[in-house]
Structures are given as structure tokens and as C-alpha cells.
Design a protein around this ligand. Structure first.
Ligand code: IPD
Ligand code: CA
Ligand code: CA
Length: 262
């Protein structure tokens, strides 16, 4: 399979879905919000975007299955599976805040081999494929070279429905916020990881995530020269639901802080 060509097609599909999201965002009616759980919002825009993406990806690779957030398709592939979040940052979208994205990754057996994150507001398409490097709108990107917290801007996500680990989370937050340039909460895990990949953020951590929030971004970070792991440094973010990503030096320093509490 030519992963470079395939990734270019996936980027096109993500951008087309992004254009739909942008158009609907201009006239979005908040009466159309539904609740999937506590503070877990969704609308016809998430579902409409997913249907468009699933159609495009099915034409591209008919044998592949899907893991998608809105579950508009039920199909498992023997070798290939797409991992799709049609709109990552739904709360931002609904409240009219920038930073939401389309996130698509391809898994071959257990390995992530391609990832695309399209940030709709800034028209920024981030993409990467296995051993091919990572790119933003055609230009090669890489993680930052900062090795010290004192030079670093970090990102996280605040817990919003499962508060069991809140005290631990606050301890980590308290420690990190005192030593770095700042901690940002963008509101789209896929964008957080894309921003790590291009060096805007030096590191990012969050827990309680799903595979479709992070799969594409993990490919971006790894192909940009960084690392994306669980809190213990292992390669099992999907089962642990934890992500800790950054350039290698800062990811390790963040791991030391996190491991004091988690
Ligand atoms: C959410 C975003 C957010 C993260 C949440 C996710 P959604 O995805 O990635 O940054 O903190 O945990 O659920 O619901 O907007 O697709
Ligand atoms: Ca998501
Ligand atoms: Ca979503």
C-alpha cells in the first residue's frame, strides 16, 4: 500500500468534512444539541460529518473496518481499521469557540500507520504516515527542542464527567503550573497532539480519552520525532485511556511528575 498517497486522500476527505462543519457552524442552532452523558454533547453536525467521512473512506479502502465516535457504521476489518472522530472539540463548536477538528487514523493490525487532524477554524491540515514524517499544509513539522520546563508551554484537558481522579489530577496540575510558561486547555485532544507535533506545545497529558480522540494525533507526534505513551510510558494509551505526549525529554520529565501521583 502507498501510504503517502493514501494519506493525501484521507486529508482531502477530512478537509471536505471540515468544510461541512464550518458551513453548519456559521448558522448553528443550539436547540439542536443532544446529550450523550454528563457534559457530553453532540449534534447533527457530528453525525453528518461522520457519514461523509465513512463514505469517503469506504470508497478509498473498501476492505477496512471502522471505530467511530458516533457509531454510524458497524464493520470490523480483518487487517485495516479506520479510527474516526468526526468532530473533536464538540463543546467548543457548540459554544462558538475556535479549536475543533476532524481526526482520522488508519490502523493496520495493531499498528497505527497514518493520521490526519484537520483543524477547521485555521484551515490547518496536519498529516503523517508511518516512516514518512509529519506535515502541516505541505510543510514538514517537528516537535520542539525545549528540554526544560522553564521554557515550555504544556497542554492538558480538565476532567468533566469522571471526577474519581480529580485530586491526583489537581496535584499534577499544581506542580506543573508553577514551573512552566503555562498550561493550556484547548478543548480538542486531536488539536493538542497536532500542536505538540508542530512544536507549539512542548508536552500534553490527559486521561479518560477514547482511541478516536488520540489515534491520529499519536501518529503525528511520533512521526514528528516525539513520543506518545500512557502515563507509565507504555504503548497502551487505548486501553489505559491515558495520553502523555511531547518531545522525548519533556515527556520523560512530565512522566516523573505524573508518576508521583498516578
Ligand atoms: C473531547 C475533546 C476534549 C477532551 C475530551 C474529549 P469530543 O472530544 O477531545 O479535548 O478533553 O475528553 O471527549 O467529545 O469533543 O469529540
Ligand atoms: Ca473526541
Ligand atoms: Ca467527537
Amino acid at each position: 500500500m502507498d501510504l503517502q498517497k493514501l494519506t493525501a486522500e484521507v486529508a482531502r476527505i477530512a478537509q471536505e468534512a471540515g468544510a461541512f462543519i464550518r458551513k453548519e457552524g456559521a448558522s448553528f442552532d443550539t436547540a439542536k444539541i443532544e446529550y450523550k452523558g454528563l457534559n457530553d454533547l453532540v449534534s447533527y453536525v457530528d453525525k453528518g460529518a461522520e457519514e461523509r467521512i465513512v463514505k469517503g473512506l469506504s470508497d478509498l479502502l473498501p476492505e477496512a473496518g471502522f471505530v467511530t465516535e458516533e457509531k454510524t457504521i458497524n464493520k470490523t476489518g480483518d487487517v485495516y481499521n479506520w479510527i474516526v472522530d468526526p468532530l473533536d472539540g464538540t463543546t467548543n463548536f457548540i459554544h462558538g469557540l475556535p479549536a475543533y477538528s476532524v481526526s482520522i487514523a488508519l490502523q493496520q493490525n495493531d499498528e497505527l500507520v497514518a493520521g490526519v487532524v484537520y483543524e477547521v477554524n485555521r484551515d490547518e491540515c496536519f498529516y503523517a504516515w508511518k516512516d514518512g514524517g509529519a506535515y502541516l499544509n505541505g510543510s514538514r513539522i517537528s516537535v520542539s527542542g525545549n528540554t526544560e520546563f522553564s521554557q515550555a508551554l504544556l497542554a492538558t484537558g480538565f476532567p468533566y464527567y469522571n471526577f474519581e481522579l480529580l485530586e491526583k489530577y489537581i496535584s499534577v496540575f499544581r506542580e506543573l503550573t508553577k514551573v512552566c510558561h503555562g498550561l493550556r486547555r484547548v478543548g480538542s485532544a486531536a488539536v493538542d497532539l497536532a500542536y505538540v507535533a508542530c512544536g507549539r506545545f512542548d508536552g500534553y497529558f490527559e486521561y479518560n480519552l477514547n482511541s478516536y480522540d488520540i489515534a491520529a494525533g499519536m501518529v503525528l507526534v511520533r512521526e514528528a520525532g516525539g513520543a506518545a505513551t500512557s502515563f507509565s510510558g507504555s504503548n497502551d494509551s487505548f486501553s489505559t485511556r491515558e495520553i502523555l505526549a511531547g518531545n522525548r525529554a519533556l515527556r520523560l520529565k512530565m512522566q516523573e511528575v505524573i508518576n508521583r501521583y498516578f
